[in-house]
Ligand binder design. Structure first.
Ligand SMILES: Nc1ncnc2c1ncn2[C@@H]1O[C@H](COP(=O)(O)OP(=O)(O)OP(=O)(O)O)[C@@H](O)[C@H]1O
Length: 708
């Protein structure tokens, strides 16, 4: 049970009635000022309890960043701390002769990556992988790092270049409010939650100035357009247009003040994200002119009206469903805003066409009320998803530099953290799959590679075990059979999906994998995956359908018939119909999972070609309150990202790894004063680990003497 001490909730590991664990007692008995321990590798002994206690003490005195070996732990302050992110501080980090001497900060990671690019050591391109739960501070961190680069990557430029670089940076920074307006929403866990993943590459020229950027997005949660969980909201942009439109815009977009929209819940709640002017200005800077903006907002308003179209049940199966009495005007407005014929809109929503037989005869079948509403939702989802993708491509067109003008990049990865809800389905499977891949990258890059390097160099080292997630990944994506392949196969077979049958197939085919389990007490078909961050139970019902993500061809055709110039771009008339999902083509079935898997593989390839840096964002409490540290919640996040193992390996190993090149440059003067000292063997690789203070023959010299 958590206890409250001076407003702080203390750890269950250290609270009143329980005796303190022995390691914690030893730790607390030492002379350390816990809050001053900038690096968790100095915690002794390294246990979950001691690491947790150290972070807690630091949080209490408003210290939010702590180094953990190769990782930076970032605790969310949940309050403004302007002095921590001011340009002066950015400059201090940028010009610091010895970066590691400054307090841990995201700017340390930012600057180190920047210096790595400058030093041209392979791999020159850098990636900063920002991870953590929803609301932990990933987007905030990425935004701050972009500002950091915008400030420092321009500081040494001449006046003329300065202006050009500034213009580019402004556009790169302006991509944030636009992407957040269209891709973020208020959820139970975060009022500005990114509902998509993104990898942004900041492109640098030979002089390390930012010349442009590019954005890659992953898995937008498009279902949110037509369904918002209780107490959650739709994407911010919908609230921005309904709250911020001028009176003439209201007339044009049919958005009278106070109008009620079914897909706009909780609009009485005003957030700082409801800033229409900021979004419009940013769009303008990105080259989206007023007329195109007007087009976009008209379509969005059309979707809001579409959401108000509800149907009555039909009298019998041969009759089409009629729109409810008060929905008739919404049919008119939707048709006019999307610039499509009203009759065609109604026909498409209410009638399914079936092509069958050798003659490819077309049959018309009236849809049930539920089917009509599914088609309505599908129309909204497909339109919004294409609009979002189009926006991303316009942003890229505006911020991307000519390939000849940049040579290196620093990538910022901000992806949704590990998710485990009472009900988990395909979305969570994809998100947790991405997190497993990133964890594997971390394990391979750091936990395994570092220990293997020690062994290869013959250093005295006893292997520290860590949790390898390969078997879990085999279960999800392995070959020849895996959960993904089995779900995809169900889509390919194009038969009515049966969740119980799929459960049996998963169990019988993959039972040898220790990461697979099932909740035998649940009456719903399910499977459990033992993820590195904990077990997650997935419901199978609905998974295959979600994976197919079918868009009835009539819906696409309807949008292709629109007279609206933007909708014509989003749904070009020459586009092929996705009939492979209908089993009429031999082409491989493109499912949500297969698309996600291939974009993830591309991402991993890029990450593998860069030098990675890790920032683990931690949420001190789930309510977003400042100055509240809930030990149990923090502990589970630390466990989920393997922080203690990382610290363990770093503490036992060589926390500072200096290349021989920079070691020689740094200590060359002293070598001359101590000619008898042995020289490092040139056979050793250039990035061999060096335990700086113990390995250096000059370890005990003060910094001043070291350099004089
Ligand atoms: N360094 C910080 N200083 C002050 N407040 C912060 C900081 N980091 C995060 N916050 C606060 O926490 C909130 C949540 O942060 P953020 O949106 O970055 O989380 P996230 O990890 O990106 O979540 P999601 O996965 O849901 O998108 C922010 O809106 C902000 O109020």
């Amino acid at each position: 049970m958590l206890q409250q001490v001076n407003g702080q909730e203390t750890s269950p590991l250290s609270c009143g009635n329980d005796p303190l664990s022995e390691d914690l007692q030893v730790f607390l008995g030492s002379d350390f000022q816990l809050a001053e321990l900038d690096d968790l590798t100095k915690v002794n002994p390294v246990t979950p309890a001691t690491v947790l206690r150290c972070l807690q003490e630091r949080y209490q005195v408003d210290v939010f960043y702590t180094t953990a070996g190769c990782t930076l732990v970032a605790l969310n302050p949940f309050k403004p701390v302007p002095h921590l992110y001011c340009p002066e501080l950015m400059r201090d980090y940028h010009i610091a002769p010895q970066l590691q001497k400054l307090k841990p900060h995201i700017f340390t990671v930012g600057e180190q990556s920047y210096r790595n690019v400058k030093s041209l050591l392979e791999p020159v391109d850098q990636s900063i992988i920002v991870s953590g739960e929803s609301g932990a501070g990933k987007t905030w961190t990425s935004r701050c790092l972009m500002k950091f680069y915008a400030t420092v990557a321009n500081s040494s430029a001449s006046q003329e270049t300065h202006e050009t670089v500034e213009r580019i940076e402004k556009r790169v920074l302006d991509s944030n409010p636009v992407m957040e307006a269209f891709g973020n929403a208020c959820t139970l866990r975060n009022s500005n939650s990114s509902r998509f993943g993104k990898y942004i590459q900041l492109q640098l020229n030979r002089a390390q100035q930012m010349t442009g950027a590019s954005v890659q997005t992953y898995l937008l949660e498009k279902t949110r357009v037509a369904y918002q969980a209780p107490l959650e909201r739709n994407f911010h942009i919908f609230y921005q247009i309904t709250k911020g439109a001028s009176s003439s815009e209201r007339l044009e977009w049919h958005l009278p003040e106070g109008a009620a929209f079914h897909w706009l819940p909780n609009s009485d709640r005003t957030l700082e994200e409801d800033c229409f002017e900021v979004t419009k200005d940013a769009m303008l800077h990105l080259g989206i002119d007023h007329s195109t903006q007007n087009n976009i907002f008209k379509i969005l308003s059309g979707l809001l009206h579409l959401g108000n179209i509800h149907f009555d049940d039909s009298e019998d199966e041969s009759q089409v469903c009629q729109p409810q009495e008060d929905a008739k005007c919404f049919v008119m407005t939707t048709a006019s805003l999307l610039w499509i014929p009203k009759e065609e809109l109604m026909e498409t929503l209410r009638v399914r066409t079936i092509t069958a037989g050798k003659q490819q005869q077309v049959f018309r079948k009236p849809c049930s009320r539920a089917e009509c509403e599914t088609r309505r939702d599908c129309l909204a989802k497909v339109t919004y998803a294409r609009l979002f993708d189009w926006l991303v491509s316009v942003i890229n067109g505006s911020i991307c530099a000519e390939p000849s003008t940049w040579t290196t990049f620093i990538g910022l990865l901000d992806v949704y953290g590990f998710e485990c809800f009472p009900n988990n389905n395909l979305e969570q499977l994809c998100i947790n799959y991405a997190n497993e891949k990133l964890q594997q990258h971390f394990v391979a890059h750091y936990l395994r590679a570092q220990q293997e390097e020690y062994a290869a160099e013959g250093l005295e080292w006893s292997f520290i075990s860590y949790q390898d997630n390969q078997s879990c990944l085999d279960l999800i994506e392995g070959s020849p059979v895996s959960i993904c392949s089995l779900i995809n196969e169900e889509c390919r077979l194009n038969r009515p999906s049966n969740a119980t049958q799929l459960q049996t197939r998963i169990e019988s085919t993959l039972s040898s994998n220790a990461s697979l389990n099932r909740n035998k007490f649940s009456k719903d078909p399910n499977f459990i995956i033992a993820h590195y961050a904990g077990p997650v139970q997935y419901q199978i019902e609905g998974m295959v359908e979600k994976n197919k993500d079918p868009v009835p061809p009539e819906l696409t055709r309807l949008l292709q018939h629109s007279q609206d110039s933007l909708l014509q771009k989003l749904f070009p008339s020459q586009e092929k119909e996705p009939n492979d999902l209908l089993g009429q083509s031999r082409a491989p079935v493109v499912t949500v999972v297969s698309r996600f898997k291939s974009s993830l593989e591309q991402l991993m390839q890029v990450l593998h070609s860069t030098t990675p840096h890790y920032i683990r964002c931690i949420k001190p409490n789930s309510h977003g309150h400042a100055q509240r540290f809930r030990a149990k919640e923090v502990l589970s996040q630390l466990e989920a990202c393997g922080i203690v193992e990382t610290v363990h390996i770093s503490a036992a190993g060589f926390p500072i790894r200096v290349s021989f090149q920079s070691f020689l440059e740094r200590y060359d003067l002293l070598r001359k004063s101590y000619p008898s000292q042995p020289r490092p063997s040139s056979r050793l690789p250039s990035s061999s680990p060096t335990k700086e203070h113990s390995a250096s023959p000059f370890a005990n010299l003060s910094p001043k003497r070291r350099w004089c």
